[in-house]
Design a protein. Structure first.
Length: 74
């Protein structure tokens, strides 16, 4: 049917109507607060990753030790 746009439901048209109203006002959050939250989230993510990797290694070792104890000749 070609490149026909429905102006009532077109996201580009809706964005051009709504975004400029609130996107140009100053924020009430300082960059220092954003940086603090970002640093906190990064450290929590790093801690979670380290814990997950440690647990994975632990369970792999546990599985290997169970396999060796069941069949010591393998």
């Amino acid at each position: 049917m070609g490149n026909i746009r429905d102006s009532e439901n077109d996201p580009a048209i809706l964005a051009s109507i709504w975004i400029p109203e609130f996107d140009r006002e100053p924020t009430s959050i300082s960059l220092a607060e954003v940086a603090e939250a970002d640093a906190f989230n990064a450290s929590v993510c790093w801690q979670w990753r380290e814990q997950a990797l440690g647990l994975r290694e632990f369970y792999q070792q546990l599985q290997n030790s169970k396999t060796k104890s069941v069949n010591p000749f393998t």
